[in-house]
Each structure stands twice: as C-alpha cells, then as structure tokens.
Design a protein around this ligand. Structure first.
Ligand code: GLC
Length: 539
C-alpha cells in the first residue's frame, strides 16, 4: 500500500521556460519502508532544459530519501526530517536577492497589465495621503481577519494628532466567514449601529450632516473609486461566494439602510493602505506599509507615471498608493516543502496566496503541526502511536507556536505545557521539546526572511535601496499586524535581514517602524481627506 507521496520540485519553471515542467515524485510505503521513485516530465518548448531539470529533481529526491533513511532509530529519523526541513526552508542571502528581484519583475508586470497578474498591483485611488492637518470625528470599520473592529476616531490636526480613539472588537462567528453576503454585512452593520449608539451627545453631528466612515476591507478589491470596489476573491479562510464580483461598499450600505443607520462610506481601503495613511499622518517619509498578521500584504507609494495601466487623469500629487496583494506572489525561487504543498492543496484556495501561506500568522502554526505529524508518523517521535490531535488542521495556532519558540525556561516548560494542553501529548522529554523549538525556528525564520526580501523588492522598485550620491533621503516602512507585533523572534529576524540586504550605508536611511492600529486609524484619516464636508471640519 502506498501511504504517502512526496513531490520534489527544483526550480523547474525558471530553468525550463514556459510550458516545460519537471518533477520527481517518490512514494513512501509505510509497511515495507520502501521508496518508489519516478520522474514525470511535461515537455514544453525547452525539452532539453526540462530533462536536465528533471534529472536534478530526481537527484534531489534520491538525496532526500537517502538522508531520510540514514538515521537509525527514533532520534536519527527525527533528526533527518528536521535537517531535511532546514535544507528545504533555507533562505541564504543570495536566494533572498533572487526573491526580491522576482518580486520587482512581477511588480512591473502588474503595473502594466489590465489582465490578472500574479501581483495584482491594485490601484487604490489614494493619491492624497494625510498631511497631518485632518480634523474631526470619523468612524472606521476594520474587517479582514478573525476579528472585526469598529472605531471612533477624533482627529485634532498637526498639533493634537489623534485626540481620542475608542474601539470595540468582536470575533467573527466562523459560520459567517463562509455563509452569505447578507448575513455577514447585517452582522457588521448591527455591531456598528450598537457602537454608534454609544456616541456621547456632545459629539453628535449637527443636523443635516451625515456621519462618515472609512471601511477597511482587507481582501483583494478592484476599486472603481475611493469609495467603491468589487471583491476579486476571498483570502484567509473567508469564502462567501455571493460577494465575489460585488461592490462591497454597496453591500455594506444596503445593510446600513436595512438597520436604519444613516452613515456614508467615504473611503474603502485595504489594511496596508490604511497603514500607509496612518503612518504618513505622523511621518512624511513613509513610503510603504506592510501587514504581517493573519494574512500578509504590502502597499506603497508609486509615481503615477510608473503605472502604465492607470487610465485616469494624472493626480496632482503625482503619486498613487498601490495595493500589491503580495500574498499571491510566487516564484520558483521560493523555498517550498512538501508540507507547504499539502497545506496549499488542503486549503480553500489551492494554488493561490503561496507567499502568504509560508509567511503569515494564519499558516505558520499549521506548517509546524504538519512537520510534527510527519515526525510522529515516520519516526515515532511522540511514541508508538500518532497523537490524534496532531491530525486536526489549524489546531496549533501561530501564537502558541510563538510561545513555544520564545520559551526561555531551562527545561522548556512552556513547550511541554503547550504540547500537553493543545495536542494532548504528555511526558515529553527535554530532547523532544528542543526539537520542537527547532522546527518553530526553521519555519518562522523562513517567513521572516522572505518578508524582508519582499520589503527589499519594494525598495528596489522605487530606487530606495541605495544611497544616491550626496543624498540621504530617509525611507520609512510602516509595519503592523499581530505576527509582527507579538512574534518577537520573527520581527527581529525580519529587521536584521533587511539590514543585511541593504548593506551598511543604505540601511542607515531605511527604517522599519511599527504603527499600531494602522488599518483602523488610517481608514478614519482617509474618510477625513475624502469627506463631503471638507473645509467645514471642526477641531
Ligand atoms: C490578505 C488579503 C490582503 C490583506 C492581507 C493582510 O493577503 O488578501 O488584502 O491586506 O491579507 O490582512
């Protein structure tokens, strides 16, 4: 009986040219512990290249197999699996440079083409970023992960900044993430109405003036104006079919009307765009915003001249914020493993969001779970039987992985506790726990270093990766999201890798800064700069 199949790919797409692909597949027969190796080549234009790539893939597969069977006993086999993981997840600086170059190439392609490209490079209609002068009371609604937030933001201009911020957070009932459009938007509208009803009387708008809202909707949207846009596809575990292709502002507005809440959506923004706006409010050197949270993505300020697909009038500012949707980036240079392939195949969106699936908070814990499961199955790592909980997808969340990874107790008590509480694995030895920490380290470091390569790709695209003669222009990249905020080792690996990629001189001009609440406050700021009542704002 063939229990498992593993694919080993080795950069076939880049090497073999369009249409050619090669992969070596080997199957592991559990009972006999035999390995069946075969090679599958789809010949395209560059058949010879493909054959060479296939030979390389076969060799790689054979090497993996040799290594896997080399170790003797439980520890040897477990060790071999970890070494194999480490090798496959490797991100030496040269590889990161290739990833950044590939990112830059895809950025150009996405900016040029109206047709769907891997990086969509979405036009956001945000060309006037906050100056810091914004004043007044605005609402924001932040939908994009497992939680949903409503915010009331009192802006006080340059002198006072954000005078007051009130917010409420609720988790989205899982059934709403895959239900119907009306259910989701009615839920959102009801939460918002409840929140608005707590508005102090002295803040009520004068008669005839509508409340205004910035709507942060953190999914790929093809915008048709600053306050309208159609959902391209869902990501991050959402899948509500009847919203795809619809104007999400229209859907929200209908729900607001159903509940009788008089409010105008003044801006529709992605969380990365909100982060850029929020950060610009405080620092005019901000050139990009990156989210590392449940999902991952980046937006940056592009010169309007560099967007061939933009058909509108050139904005006065000469700039346009672009939502890259970098979560969907993929390249033959990405270090992918069998665990990533399996996670992708089991996901709601196979073949999509590959960069996101190896970097972001929604997935890192599950990659670790998959590795531990393999170790349990093939190396009896947790004893004679495979702990049943290890088979449950997404049971190991990234915050728990982070807790294990940061365990500083001499006997890794926290690791033991997490394995026991979450996976019901009792009596783990220190040696086992150390290996678990190593797996967390390999998976987190790959994600952090690839994020750094992404940031470096953006800096290259806009010419901020080098110091120009006589100039020391500062560039600030604004970061937000739970993964960046709370996973310290991820964050420091990301920061140090960007420095290495930039080199000493350029590293002095680029800073990575955390802007809390970027997505919410940024949406309120963009509602302010797109208000119907500009010029009438009170302090
Ligand atoms: C996903 C979404 C993207 C969002 C990111 C971070 O990648 O597609 O729009 O910005 O998650 O929340």
């Amino acid at each position: 009986m063939i229990n498992k199949q593993y694919d080993v790919s080795c950069g076939a797409r880049a090497g073999a040219g369009a249409g050619a692909g090669a992969k070596a597949v080997y199957s592991f027969q559990h009972k006999t512990k035999k390995v069946v190796l075969c090679c599958d080549v789809k010949m395209g234009k560059v058949a010879v290249g493909a054959a060479v790539v296939c030979a390389a893939a076969c060799a790689a597969a054979a090497m993996v197999v040799r290594r896997r069977t080399k170790g003797s006993g439980k520890w040897g086999r477990a060790e071999a699996l970890v070494r194999e993981l480490e090798e496959q997840c490797g991100t030496p600086i040269a590889k990161l440079r290739q990833v950044a170059d590939a990112m830059e190439v895809e950025m150009h392609a996405g900016l040029a083409s109206q047709a769907p490209t891997r990086l969509q490079m979405l036009i956001t209609f945000v060309h006037n970023l906050p100056s810091g002068d914004e004043k007044g009371l605005y609402y924001a609604l932040d939908l994009g992960g497992t939680n949903f937030r409503t915010l009331r933001v009192h802006l006080g201009g340059k002198e006072k900044g954000v005078v007051k911020l009130e917010s409420e957070e609720v988790s989205i009932p899982p059934q709403l993430m895959t239900g119907s459009s009306q259910e989701l938007f009615d839920f959102i509208a009801a939460q918002l109405a409840k929140f608005v009803s707590s508005e102090p009387e002295e803040l009520h708008p004068p008669p005839g003036r509508q409340r205004e809202l910035g709507f942060t909707f953190s999914f790929p949207v093809k915008q048709t104006s600053i306050a309208s846009g159609n959902l391209i596809k869902w990501t991050k575990g959402f899948n509500i079919e009847d919203v795809v292709g619809q104007d999400v502002v229209g859907e929200l507005t209908k729900a607001l009307q159903r509940i009788g809440l008089d409010m105008r959506v003044a801006a529709l923004v992605n969380d990365t765009v909100g982060t850029v706006a929020r950060a610009r409010f405080s620092d005019q050197d901000v050139i990009a915003g990156v989210i590392l949270g449940t999902g991952t993505n980046a937006a940056y300020v592009e010169s309007a001249h560099a967007i061939p697909k933009w058909q509108g009038l050139l904005p006065k500012s000469g700039e346009m914020v672009i939502n890259m949707e970098w979560g969907n980036f993929s390249s033959s240079h990405l270090p992918l493993t069998e665990y990533d392939q399996a996670l992708d195949a089991d996901s709601l969106n196979p073949g999509e969001q590959i960069f996101e699936k190896i970097i972001s908070g929604m997935y890192l814990g599950d990659i670790v779970r998959r590795v531990l499961l393999k170790m349990a199955e093939e190396a009896d790592f947790f004893g004679d039987t495979v702990p049943p909980k290890l088979r449950i997808p997404f049971i190991l969340r990234t915050p728990d992985m982070s807790k294990m990874h940061h365990d500083t107790t001499p006997d890794l008590k926290e690791v033991g506790k997490k394995l026991k509480d979450i996976l019901e694995i009792n009596n783990t030895s220190l040696k086992m726990r150390k290996i678990v920490v190593e797996v967390c380290e390999i998976v987190a470091a790959r994600g952090a270093r690839l994020s750094a390569a992404g940031v470096f790709g953006i800096l290259k695209k806009i010419g901020r990766d080098k110091v120009k003669a006589g100039e020391k222009q500062k560039s600030v990249v604004a970061l937000d999201g739970g993964l960046f905020e709370h996973y310290t080792k991820f964050r420091s690996s990301l920061e140090s890798t960007i420095k290495v990629l930039l080199g000493d001189e350029a590293a002095e001009t680029v800073s990575i800064e955390h802007f809390n609440d970027g997505s919410g406050i940024g949406a309120a700021l963009l509602a302010a700069s797109n208000s119907h009542y500009l010029g009438l704002q009170e302090s």
